[in-house]
Design a protein around this ligand. Sequence first.
Ligand code: HAM
Length: 424
Amino acid sequence: MSNPRFRAIEGTRDYFGKDGDRFDKAVAFAGELFARYGYRRMRTPVFENTELFARSIGASTDIVEKEMYTFTPGSETITLRPEGTAGVVRAYLQHSRDKQGGLAKFWYEGPMFRRERPQKGRQRQFHQIGAEAIGSGDPLLDAELASMGLRYYEYIGLMNVKLRVNSIGCSRPECRPLYRQLLRDAIRPNLDRRCRSCQTRYERNALRIIDCKNPECRKLSANLPKSYENLCRECADHFAAVKEALAALGGEFVLDHTLVRGLDYYTKTVFEYTHDALGAQNAIGGGGRYDGLAEELGGAPIPGLGFALGVERILIAMEAENGCACSCPLQVFGVALGGSARRAMSGMIARCRGAGLSADMDYEKKSFKSQLRAANRRQAMVCLILGDDELARGEIVVKDMAEGGEQKTVSIFDCLNAVRAALP
Ligand code: HAM
């Protein structure tokens, strides 16, 4: 076993082989599916002004208080993005997309950074695939987005993803502020029996007490008032319309009043996708509405909503479900023996690639048997076999690698046709 001098930093990792292929598949399928819903790709910088994240995610959230990678390399304080929404809404406003009116739909993919304690499904550099729809408060859009996430998981072959939905209302006094007070009143009598983090959250972020994972706190939370039963008229109507539309789109979901999310920008609908293979970190994706965010960042009061799906957690779920094992079979593998044959094979492989086929050959000058083994490892569909003798006769062997597949000797000039005929 090699003992390299440098290793990837804890909480970061390398992607290649099976996971690399799965990663590519997760991103490619997102681009393809989201385009059908009208989303276009946006790329934003990996670092932004720290203040952007403090304002949008919320100064008293775990992310902003403890988890951001913040630097002051010159006169500016910058932070590696812990999530993608803030940057997308910043860009939307900066480029005056709001002035054009109408709904803007963006999707993105890339690395995010949070200084959390690494564990299964939780990294310090992780990747999200996200979608944001800015410019409409229509509940039909909440349903469309939440069901697009479900379709996406199905599309990449994941069958065991569940959707949990809640509404946390808005900032009108008779909505979330009133509910927060109700909640505090219900929590106060047993506050001293709760964990330390619940006690500190009581004043600053009482909603997060409901999703505390501590078993003792969970028991105490069983009968707390539910946010979706204490909404203002508008938020209640909105939530009813979201649930109806989601059911009509065939999006199965469960109501979960403990779902409050860890970012402050949310209003009204919030949702999370979960997968059992993930253990403690069972959220494979999550999102919701953020109708006050554009205004918080200095724009007009423009409603919006979105979600982000964790790529690392998708990979874990893919591994667990096996069904979506992603392999990249090769169409053509070149087996060549002898110097002239190897050079000729290199030209043949280039011709195959030029004709749009995936093709590769042996570059280690291995024995005939080892080259065939390599072809099998690469799941090659067709092998081209060439020795200096065949080359002298202007011939090449085309071997169909499927079980019971034929082997033919053809003229080198006919090789591409023979390969095409042998491919499924
Ligand atoms: P979030 O729930 O913080 O939401 O993250 C979304 C997803 O990213 C999680 O469900 C999880 O799959 C993945 N994730 C988060 N942290 C980690 C980590 N440390 N390691 C691995 N995966 C992780 C947001 O980020 C919001 N911006 C989502 C959103 C978009 N809301 C509206 N628009």
